[in-house]
Design a protein around this ligand. Structure first.
Ligand SMILES: NC(=O)c1ccc[n+]([C@@H]2O[C@H](COP(=O)([O-])OP(=O)(O)OC[C@H]3O[C@@H](n4cnc5c(N)ncnc54)[C@H](O)[C@@H]3O)[C@@H](O)[C@H]2O)c1
Length: 332
């Protein structure tokens, strides 16, 4: 068995080598993305793995792979919106993904953002590094988790892990989900509506997918419901938050702070080196100047465990499909 891995990033190479040695399967690495032109490199391979944001929608990609006897494209990501699944199906190509690689990676990062903002770390560091002011200023005094209520919106794999972690720190945890879990009373209490949660929570943390219903669940109206000293954490998707409304709420003191791992316009710079003018046009340009905001660039998933799982599960999907054994995460 021979696998060709497209768009391999430097941080993936150790995990690829480990999987290849463990299973005795040859995995060759190709730096470029899977395009109609690059599909030709898959000749002689039994399967291909990809990890890319760029579209895989050109029908020529699917016909070329099929011509080489390849029946599957295995993505090392959860999202498969870069594919055209209808064209894939029409050409007899199965697309597979890694639906879940490490809820803890994202949950822990959301807590990291929350703790840093509770202790006003960005502000305190600015005072020290820019102003050389090392005093215990009232403006940088922190709050302790055990005195707070954390509101988790979306209690799936990531949200429930976050809820358990916050509970471990001693917070009271409340939650909202369209489909509440049962038997979790020892960790959290559900609110009937998002508005109930927004009103009560000291920290609002978003862990739901972006859908037509959830788009801008945090907007000018919901921000007004939140406490003046509330902290908003978003490691879900940028579109969950109306960013213009959030910037206004932060500027007007309607809420205290925000930790944002995702932004609606992040594609312009995510996982790239960009010129300053790209950032000047992005929401980040305003947010990164605010001392009460931490804006990271879709880093929450980025742990050795998660990257290892993305590689392993993607290659397992290929191996299991070819051998007709084990779990294969089909998307079409
Ligand atoms: N920042 C990152 O690096 C990163 C990485 C992976 C996932 N994510 C985001 O985290 C989200 C959650 O992932 P997960 O694995 O926990 O998903 P999940 O499917 O296990 O959980 C999602 C939860 O949200 C609930 N939900 C869906 N729509 C809702 C709505 N309109 N209102 C209230 N609740 C709603 C669902 O019932 C479910 O319980 C993903 O959708 C993705 O957007 C971010």
């Amino acid at each position: 068995m021979k696998i060709l891995a497209y768009s391999v990033r430097p941080y993936e190479t150790d995990a690829i080598k480990n999987w290849s040695e463990l299973h005795g399967v040859q995995v060759d690495v190709f730096d470029g993305e899977l395009t109609a032109e690059n599909a030709k490199h898959a000749e002689g391979y039994d399967g291909v793995s990809v990890q890319q944001v760029a579209d895989i929608k050109d029908e020529a990609i699917y016909t070329t792979l099929k011509g080489f006897g390849i029946n599957q494209i295995s993505s090392r990501t959860a999202g498969v919106d870069m594919f055209d699944l209808d064209i894939a199906t029409k050409n007899g190509i199965k697309v597979t993904n890694v639906p879940r690689y490490s809820p803890n990676a994202i949950a822990e990062f959301s807590i990291t953002l929350g703790l840093m903002l509770l202790r006003q770390v960005p502000k305190a560091l600015n005072k020290a590094t820019i102003e050389r002011d090392f005093r215990w200023h009232p403006g940088i005094i922190g709050r302790e988790v055990r005195s707070l209520t954390v509101g988790v919106v979306g209690t799936g794999f990531i949200g429930f892990t976050a809820a358990q972690l916050w509970k471990g720190f001693g917070a009271k945890v409340i939650a909202y989900d369209m489909y509440p879990k049962t038997g979790v009373e020892d960790v959290l209490t559900y609110c009937d509506t998002p508005a109930d949660l927004f009103k009560q929570a000291d920290i609002v943390t978003l862990h739901l997918p972006l859908t037509a219903e959830s788009k801008h669940i945090v907007n000018a109206e919901s921000l007004k419901l939140m406490k003046k000293d509330a902290i908003l954490i978003n490691t879900g998707r940028g579109g969950l938050v109306d960013t213009e409304a959030l910037i206004a709420a932060l500027e007007n003191g309607e809420i205290a702070a925000a930790g944002l791992d995702v932004l609606d316009d992040e594609m312009a710079y995510m996982n790239k080196i960009v010129d300053e003018d790209v950032i000047a046009k992005a929401h980040l340009s305003k947010l990164e100047k605010m001392e009460n905001v931490i804006s990271t660039y879709h880093l929450a998933f980025f742990t050795t465990t998660a990257v290892g799982n993305m590689v392993e599960i993607s290659f397992d999907n290929i191996r299991n499909e070819i051998l007709g054994e084990g779990v294969v995460n089909y998307c079409n």
